[in-house]
Design a protein around this ligand. Structure first.
Ligand code: PLP
Length: 454
């Protein structure tokens, strides 16, 4: 019996020691290691669970991202890195691969009273919003909030347009392709955009291997005597430049993606007046999670076909999200209307100042080293704010100068995750870096860039 008690005591002591060891080990593991372990585990479990086709082969030195948009893996890294330790400036992984617009979060926290929506459970039950409208699932309140905001900002013509709401402008992009591609043609319609183009266009165009349309690459190189759809993104993602259509042909249909034609990113020069214009709250107000985009469409038949696409695809768009978006857009217009009576910054003042400050900081960081360069933008006067400034893009299109051929890999070695030029139809000497992250991630970036030597 005494022997048994002795053995039991020993077992308890050893077990206690092992547990203490485990607890200690967990507490000293840094945030980054956890991030990598977690992400690797997630990848093993969820090899196929990703948005817009991210591929990760599990080797942290060889993260192969195939045409990434927003990945489960990168979301996790971004979230985890927010708890950086004091030496986190050197060790933490900074994930600026995707354009998650969290930088406006603090502004919206201050606007709780004006922008909170409370929804009783019996509201928004029906599929239908306005059966007299071509887009029968568009909430009238959202339509008037969009119309008002475009008037206040002066960035788009809304008169004599049909409005189509989408689950993000991503859905509207696909709806527009469906609507303008001939359904009785002998082959799929070519879809082009000038490189560097938004990396999701080729993926979204070819994802379903549709018989209606196919990705045909860089619009600058398109010389077939065939019908085509040209996507004009202005200001452009990834490089931030203002753009016009480039294909010289008369068989083209244009889709203008104006996600960034807002006064925090670019001087507003004239109200945009094109046949099909796409906008989104993701980049205008920063509410990417609400998944609300809108199209302004001249031709009623195209608006009808776009509506049909969304009807077949998702039977409409969340009313809760539309009403939330409407409330936020109205609050922005209200604050612009009252700007002279209050000293408070409007959303566009706040976001412009933040973008201007970030661009100043990233330029200072890049100027401290010979390794990188950034594009320059000539200043112009914004008709909305009266300010004279050059573009302040949502992404930094960074070039690795000198010997470095693969800038994405080079930065990854320095624990900065970006999206390399090949995803945008451009050279791997370039990467796209999100400028829209939370402050601590952006700060780490501007500390780390000038410290990189190899
Ligand atoms: C040019 C462009 N268009 C469309 C989108 C997609 O926007 P949404 O979140 O509304 O689908 C993005 C998002 O990054 C974008 O950069």
């Amino acid at each position: 019996m005494a022997d048994f008690v002795f053995v039991l005591k020993n077992v308890l002591v050893v077990s206690l020691a092992m547990n203490m060891c485990l607890i200690w080990k967990i507490s000293v593991v840094d945030v980054e290691t956890l991030a990598f372990r977690w992400s690797s585990w997630m990848n093993m479990q969820q090899k196929k669970l990703h948005f817009h086709g991210v591929c990760f082969n599990g080797d942290k030195d060889d993260i192969r991202e195939k045409d990434a948009h927003v990945s489960t893996r990168t979301q996790i890294l971004a979230t985890t890195s927010s708890g950086a330790s004091p030496d986190g400036a050197k060790t933490v992984v900074i994930n600026l691969d995707h354009g998650d617009p969290t930088m406006y979060e603090n502004f919206w926290k201050q606007k709780r009273a004006e922008t909170t929506v409370v929804t009783p459970s019996w509201y928004h039950i029906s599929y239908f919003s306005d059966i007299k409208n071509i887009c029968w699932f568009l909430e009238p309140g959202l339509m008037s909030a969009i119309t008002r905001l475009h008037k206040v900002v002066g960035n788009a013509v809304t008169e004599d347009r049909h409005f189509v709401v989408g689950t993000g402008s991503s859905q509207l992009y696909q709806a527009a392709l469906y609507a303008v591609s001939p359904h009785n043609a002998s082959g799929p319609m070519n879809v082009v955009s000038a490189a560097p183009f938004y990396s999701s266009y080729p993926l979204m165009t070819d994802y379903l291997k549709s018989g209606l349309h196919k990705w045909a690459g860089d619009a600058n190189e398109f010389n077939k005597q065939e019908p085509y759809i040209e996507l004009v993104t202005s200001p452009n993602n990834p490089d931030g430049f203002t753009r016009q259509n480039v294909v010289k042909g008369d068989k083209g249909i244009l889709i203008h993606d104006l996600a960034y034609y807002w006064p925090q990113y670019t001087p507003i020069l004239v109200p945009a007046d094109y046949d099909i214009m796409l906008f989104t709250v993701s980049k205008s107000t920063g509410h990417a999670g609400s998944r609300i985009g809108w199209a302004l469409v001249k031709d009623g038949e195209i608006a009808k076909k776009m509506t049909t696409f969304i009807e077949i695809n998702t039977i409409g768009v969340s009313k809760d999200s539309q009403i939330r978006a409407a409330k936020i857009l109205q609050a922005i217009s209200d604050s612009c209307d009252h700007a002279n009576q209050t000293n408070a910054d409007t959303f566009f003042d706040y976001s412009y100042k933040l973008m201007a400050q970030r661009w100043k900081q990233i330029r200072e960081a890049v100027n401290k080293t010979e390794l990188f360069s950034l594009p320059n933008f000539p200043p112009e006067t914004c008709s909305f704010s009266g300010r004279n400034f050059g573009q302040l893009p949502a992404f930094a299109w960074l070039k690795c100068e000198g010997e470095v051929d693969d800038c994405e890999k080079f930065l990854r070695r320095n624990k900065i995750l970006t999206r390399g030029g090949k995803h945008f139809g451009a050279s791997m000497k370039y990467v796209r870096i999100s400028m829209l992250s939370r402050e601590h991630e952006f700060k780490l970036l501007t500390q780390r860039l000038p410290a990189i030597t190899s």
